[in-house]
Design a protein around this ligand. Sequence first.
Ligand code: R5P
Length: 297
Amino acid sequence: MKPIILAMPGSARMASAIALYLQTDVAMPTVRAFPDGETYLRIDRAFEGRPVAIVDTLSRPDAKFLPLVFAADAARDLGASKVGLVAPYLAYMRQDRRFEPGEAITSRSVARLISGSFDWLVTVDPHLHRYKSLSEIYTIPAQALHATDLMGAWIRANVENPFLIGPDEESLQGVRDVARIADAPFTVLQKTRLGDRDVETRLRDPVDLTERTPVLVDDIISSGETMLEALRLVKSSSPNQPVCVAVHGIFADQSDVRLQAEGAYLVTSNTIAHPSNAIDASDLLAAAIAQIADAKT
Ligand code: R5P
């Protein structure tokens, strides 16, 4: 049975694109704050045994989280047979270990909370570094989709003579996969993170970019420091404008503005809405939702 798509605030465009692909209805809850800051949420329709897929991209997640849980509970109360979460960007995945004694491993806490409210989860390129798969922390069926092919196809179609550069060793697998689709050479840099907003980057091996367009590829741009450092390292080596391509453009601290001021052309996927969105992940998500909803109802 086709799921009804429920669009949380900030995810309406992605939710509509998914609903269009699936040829199904989209509903939007009313969400507002009471004077005391508590959340009011209302869903103005019944689900009558239909599955529901709630679309909520979890950038800047803390304010979104309680409304999301309330929406899942309300959908069940209104007769949803199953309630799935479509989180084009899944937050908190980078807090995957205790770096200092006493630190919260928030990826585990968030996984436990989401697993308690939803029947399944679909997301795009979650930051899987020390976890090999979402099933290490999620107890519900959790599917990680990859934007690799979409990124590679965008680079192949839009960038002349690209040379792909991953800004750190963690990006190796992703950059290699994108480079294969883009049919381009690649390397990765060495990064040392000194703080939330402080990274150092260096080239492992010299690369000749004189006739190339440097394309920096990463999963997430958050503070932007990783991309900025990589950009500063490579931009003087090429006559062409460097391109920064990321799946998820969080752009904290106005890092989009700072990257552009450093000369970057920014390209992101629409997992998080931003003017740099040039890569459409809605069909990828919709196809996965169709499969999961079919399998689970
Ligand atoms: C790190 O492991 C990720 O792949 C990204 O490189 C990182 O999250 C980017 O963060 P920021 O933009 O804050 O440097």
